[in-house]
Design a protein around this ligand. Structure first.
Ligand SMILES: Cc1ncc(COP(=O)(O)O)c(C=O)c1O
Length: 485
């Protein structure tokens, strides 16, 4: 140990005893633990601006009391066994609950932290990318480049919108692949941060926000945290029921609309172009902004994905969110907001209260990765693999249907999951699956209002596991599924 933070008491005691007391206190507090090496007398003397012999006297005193041990040429260390009566006393203090600080929590969330999906042998959680497909070696070279040629100015405080080269790459990509232009890009630490900031700056307590009645709970939590009252829009086989949305607009003063139009979360249906236009017109008529959460745009298999609503947004009312969590991996914590210039500065200013900016080194590396075309190469590869996995899951489930098992589903044109009607007992099936080391969720987990739970659907993610794992996991699940007869 080079440095031990010591506080010398103000007293008339001799200096070496004050130093001994301070070291003893540090040991009692656990700042230096049993057996740990202590700073040399020379180091401590320099730190405290005292004579080295004074520190040595302090150490000798502590040695005599049994707090410190010394070994030839190895210097001083905390005794392996501390003086028993004192250590008992300090443990008593620690264990005495009445001594501990009682927090006054004014905002708290029950996150129900259970076993994580990734801890299960088979993980059919919906939106999991297969992280093992990520080209770590290739990406490392871009991180190396970012570190070898750092842009010193950008690594400092300031410019909270995002790293310019990254914004350039993302803008080009959004314009070319998703037809989004005329929006300002802000880089965030994942879409969740964006949802939180937008909720905070656009909503007041009691404001009504329309959301999909089956939907994405983390987004709802961010909206509710800003005081929003959530109102569920019914869903059809094609995403949200636009007629119901129109009724809601008439009945309530809606302030915001949160949607996942491309691959509706959790059902993976795609809202058709005509319906999107109606939604946009309603938003226009009632002057309401739309958050468009396009979290897994690239993973579309049968055709080009529909251009986002943000691509056709003359009024600048669509707040477009995109994430690198599926393209790369969730731990990357990189996302973007594409938004009208009139809102951009407000988002950036608010974000500065939470965190100055997103990680610049990673933005730099990803910008280089994108510029080289390696990013799109990875996307093409992952999309090809996910498409085969979707096929594998569809074929396996179809073979179950042929064997008399009750299942019904529509093959989604994209996304990472199937939304499967098991005819009933969905919750029981999910529970039995989890007891057998298979993670999946039933529809109950996604309802805004539990009264709408028909207990019929389960969600099966196909992207995150190999074809072998998919077939093995599903065959282990088979005995828990309902039979038609
Ligand atoms: C609907 C939806 N939005 C956004 C995200 C991505 O969130 P983040 O970028 O915070 O990782 C996910 C990931 O599961 C999602 O399902």
């Amino acid at each position: 140990m080079q440095i031990l933070n010591l506080t010398l008491e103000e007293s008339a005691e001799k200096l070496y005893l004050k130093i001994a007391n301070a070291i003893r206190q540090a040991i009692k507090n656990g700042n230096a633990s049993t057996g740990e090496k202590l700073p040399s007398a020379r180091t401590l003397a320099a730190q405290l601006s005292v004579n080295r012999h004074t520190v040595m006297s302090a150490y000798h005193e502590l040695e005599a009391q049994g707090w410190v041990e010394t070994k030839e040429r190895q210097g001083y260390s905390v005794a392996q066994t501390l003086p028993i009566y004192l250590s008992l006393k300090s443990n008593e203090n620690l264990n005495d609950v009445s001594n501990k600080h009682q927090w006054r929590l004014v905002k708290t969330e029950n996150n129900n932290l259970q076993r994580q999906a990734s801890d299960y042998q088979f993980n059919f959680a919906g939106g999991n990318p297969d992280i093992s497909l990520f080209p770590f070696n290739e990406f490392r070279s871009y991180v190396n480049e970012a570190m070898s040629r750092p842009q010193i100015n950008e690594l400092n405080y300031g410019n909270n919108n995002g790293f310019p080269a990254f914004i350039t790459e993302v803008s080009t990509y959004l314009r070319r692949v998703r037809a989004i232009a005329n929006k300002e890009i802000i880089v965030v630490n994942g879409s969740q941060e964006a949802l939180y900031i937008i909720s905070q700056i656009l909503l007041k307590a009691g404001d009504k926000v329309a959301v999909e009645s089956l939907g994405y709970r983390p987004a709802w939590n961010a909206l509710k945290n800003a005081g929003a009252e959530l109102i569920g829009v019914k869903q059809t086989k094609e995403g949200i029921d636009v007629e119901h949305l129109e009724q809601l607009f008439k009945q309530h003063k809606l302030r915001l609309l949160y949607l996942t139009p491309l691959h509706q979360y959790p059902t993976t249906t795609t809202l058709p172009a005509a319906q999107r236009i109606k939604v946009y017109q309603l938003a226009q008529q009632y002057n309401v902004p739309i958050i468009e959460d396009d979290y897994d745009h690239e993973f579309h298999y049968d055709s080009q994905p529909l251009a986002p609503m943000a691509a056709n947004d003359p009024a600048g009312r669509v707040i477009y969110l995109s994430s690198f969590s599926k393209i790369m991996f969730p731990g990357m914590r990189l996302g973007i907001i594409a938004v009208d210039q009139s809102l951009a500065a407000h988002i950036v200013n608010y974000r500065t209260m939470i965190n100055h900016k997103a990680n610049v080194v990673l933005q730099d590396a990803v910008a280089r990765w994108m510029k080289d075309g390696a990013f799109e190469r990875h996307l093409r590869k992952a999309t090809r693999i996910y498409q085969k996995r979707r096929q594998c899951m569809v074929e396996t489930l179809n073979s179950f249907i042929a064997e008399g098992i009750e299942l019904d589903f529509t093959v989604p044109p994209g996304g990472m999951t199937l939304w499967v009607n098991v005819g009933g007992n969905a919750e029981e099936i999910a529970k039995s699956a989890q007891e057998n080391n298979i993670f999946l969720l039933a529809e109950k987990a996604f309802h805004l209002e539990s009264k709408n739970d028909e207990n019929k659907f389960i969600r099966l993610g196909f992207a995150g596991q190999s074809e072998d794992q998919i077939t093995q996991g599903l065959s282990r699940l088979k005995p828990f599924l309902n039979r038609k007869d």
